[in-house]
Write a protein that binds this ligand. Structure first.
Ligand code: GH3
Ligand code: MG
Ligand code: MG
Ligand code: MG
Ligand code: MG
Length: 304
């Protein structure tokens, strides 16, 4: 979720099929447009599904060591492990009962063998288009349009997840809430488009400052941002945030309406919790109080 998902990318298909002639033919139909992996057995299919992420599985039903219905059922009931992979059955079992069974088990489509290349390509393309639309929807739901970083909704989800993870793993969790100083005056003096640009620079500066995989930054609302630092104590969190403030100030975005400096600055409040003993509802409140303190002490500083 930290990574901005690439919206144009290559899609990965797992072909589960035991007959050599079918494998050769289907690979020929699909390998120019998609990244294709092949499993000839149920066992190999589950190994590949566990070790890498696929967008779509083309699933034969009659396999030497099991059947496709079982694989589908297993994948659908273990989504947290296998992800949101789409499944197209591709089989010579052509009775309506089998087809209905495949679809009711969670298959997205059902193709009869022998496979027609034009139909196969069209149906695969249709599933990929649906996947693409879902990704776009997910992106729009979780990312802020102006700054292209995660939004408040994504932050709230991540906060809950990381709180529980830190509790399980006995780690500290730190939260910083940041607020740009005198931003109303900035808009009034330089105009809203300049204000928007300033918010983008603020987001980019945070992205550059917090580079660990587990660091999570979000636009919390308006001119407020949040940073979650996993397994990071208060002292380290304050140091990192002070460094981030320094690099932001170095950008020297002129602000004649600010009473602290002649450039744009921000204030931040930080709270570090040990979720094994801490209270979730106090976490954000404490960071907020620290932010209030930073503002009261004159802005352009970090309190924690
Ligand atoms: P303080 O130092 O106490 O934080 O003062 P402030 O002026 O930054 O705080 P205030 O809450 O009074 O003003 C926040 C301003 O942020 C007002 C609002 O118009 C502006 N703002 C919020 N979202 C956006 C946005 O998306 N774009 C622009 N340009 N401005 C925004
Ligand atoms: Mg077979
Ligand atoms: Mg504010
Ligand atoms: Mg305010
Ligand atoms: Mg402000």
């Amino acid at each position: 979720m930290k990574e901005k998902k690439q919206l144009v990318r290559q899609y990965r298909i797992l072909l589960v099929e035991d007959e050599a002639a079918n494998i050769q033919m289907i690979s020929g139909y699909l390998s120019t447009d998609y990244i294709l992996a092949i499993a000839k057995t149920r066992k190999r299919a589950l190994e590949l599904l566990s070790s890498s992420a696929f967008d779509l599985m083309l699933l034969d039903i009659q396999l030497p060591d099991g059947n496709g219905f079982e694989i589908c059922q297993h994948v659908v009931t273990n989504r947290e492990k296998y992800g949101n992979i789409s499944i197209i059955f591709m089989t010579s079992l052509d009775s309506p009962d089998d087809e209905a069974r495949g679809l009711s088990l969670g298959g997205n489509d059902y193709i009869h063998k022998p496979v027609n290349d034009v139909v196969l390509r069209a149906r695969v393309k249709l599933q990929i288009q649906l996947i693409r639309k879902n990704e776009l929807l997910e992106h729009l739901t979780c990312f802020d349009a102006l700054t292209e970083i995660p939004n408040r909704r994504a932050f709230d989800d991540q906060l809950k997840k990381e709180w529980h993870r830190a509790r399980r793993e006995h780690k500290y969790l730190s939260l910083a809430i940041l607020d740009i100083d005198y931003f109303k005056q900035y808009n009034d003096l330089y105009g809203h488009p300049a204000g928007d640009q300033c918010l983008r620079i603020m987001a980019a500066n945070l992205t550059d400052s917090f580079v660990r995989n587990s660091d999570f930054i979000a636009r919390y609302g308006g001119e407020e941002f949040a940073v979650l630092l996993y397994d990071t104590d208060l002292e380290t969190s304050i140091q990192l945030m002070e460094k981030s403030l320094a690099t932001f100030v170095e950008k020297n975005i002129e602000h004649q309406g600010s009473s602290v400096k002649s450039c744009v600055t921000f204030s931040a409040g930080i709270c570090t919790a040990d979720p094994a003993t801490g209270v979730f509802s106090d976490f954000v409140n404490t960071a907020d109080k620290e932010l209030y303190q930073a503002k009261n002490l004159g802005r352009a500083q970090i309190c924690g």
